[in-house]
Design a binder for this molecule. Sequence first.
Ligand SMILES: Nc1nc2c(ncn2[C@@H]2O[C@H](COP(=O)(O)OP(=O)(O)O)[C@@H](O)[C@H]2O)c(=O)[nH]1
Ligand SMILES: [Mg+2]
Length: 442
Amino acid sequence: MDTIYALSSAPGRAGVAVVRISGPQAFAAVRALTGKPTPAARRAVLCRLRDPQSGGELDQAIVVAFPAPHSFTGEDVVELHLHGGRAVLRAVVEALAAQRGLRPAEPGEFTRRAFENGKLDLTAAEGLADLVGADTEAQRVQALRQLGGELGTLYDGWRGSLLRTLAHVEAHIDFPEEDLPSGLVAQTKVELLRLQRELSAHLDDRRRGERLRDGVSVAILGAPNVGKSSLINTLAGRDAAIVSAQAGTTRDVVEVHLDLAGYPVIMADTAGLRNASDEIESEGVRRALARAESADIRILMFDATALHAVDAATTALVNDTALVVINKVDLVAAGRDMTLGGKAAFAVSARSGGGIEELVGALTAAVVAQVGIRAEPVLTRARHRHALEECRQALARASAAEAVELLAEDLRLAVRAIGRITGRVDVEDLLDIVFREFCIGK
Ligand SMILES: Nc1nc2c(ncn2[C@@H]2O[C@H](COP(=O)(O)OP(=O)(O)O)[C@@H](O)[C@H]2O)c(=O)[nH]1
Ligand SMILES: [Mg+2]
């Protein structure tokens, strides 16, 4: 087994940089740099690091040794807390590279070793990747729960009950002459129904966890010039989109990432909906409508000065989750009817900021309704969903099976499918995909 090393903190200049070394040669490598015995387990010790060849001083560092198996990877691990300058890092890494049996780690390799040594299951490894990637508070909470083993425990629990059921059924096949408790098959089917119900409830989550991980998509739609780009700029607090009195300025979809009360939102400004005169603008309108289709939440915008001519293209997009907004209320007298398409509208002025707070409050509530953190665990990846669907189908077939051999076969498939999520079975093909997520700065 190679000993691997890598910079574990972010690249670039910093107060402190952490280099991690893992593998059988880790302690020897550090002894070569310090000229002293390996520090006591898990104690931070200040050491002078020297180049073993020239004897020249490299840095003064804090060295922490984690003897196997009580380390992140389960192997001998050393952390070098260096001064975070580029030249320091280069000098130390060169001194490590010169030692026998050491090589730079591949992306995700530390976590992969941790998985292979049973330190974490695949869902926890994914939780770790999500935690490192979390931009908002709710993403952090979800990732930390997954890292803590919440999903893994749920899936292992289901797998455990399936394995017990399978054992009972197999006993029936192997020893048909022995008397098994009567009604075993009936009892099995009751158990399978219970599991199918639990799986269905878990799967029927409207992709909450996945959408929280990716960000909730919100599209701003409306006729040209109603103030869509002005609104997105007001919300983003910067000029993300071009605002112009000339209709048809926004032609492509412009996205900004917002953090609403800890929830990630990807807000899209779109081209105004109208019969466009040129080809590029028509393509913009086509993309706007496509975005309206795929968005989790639509903000439909109207111009307060043009309410006499109701904009049919935008009105047609009103749905359950849409927020209707009437903009430019600074230009009209107060006290007007503020309903549109049968929905109460938010009266705002993107220019003065009037009404924006109420709109943001309503949008935040809509986001929380869709992806808000809940007490029960949620799946966070299409990978989980596919495997659980496969498991559910196998259970449905098992429930309908006439022959005990067929029942057992479908149970085996169900156990396999669920075992793949936590990495209990055939995951070789999966590992590269899962651990590639750890390329920080991807
Ligand atoms: N008076 C007023 N003008 C606005 C308001 N919001 C946008 N505008 C103006 O309306 C024009 C079109 O705005 P823009 O954001 O480009 O609209 P879009 O085509 O829907 O993206 C620009 O001249 C803006 O300055 C508002 O709340 N009040
Ligand atoms: Mg625009």
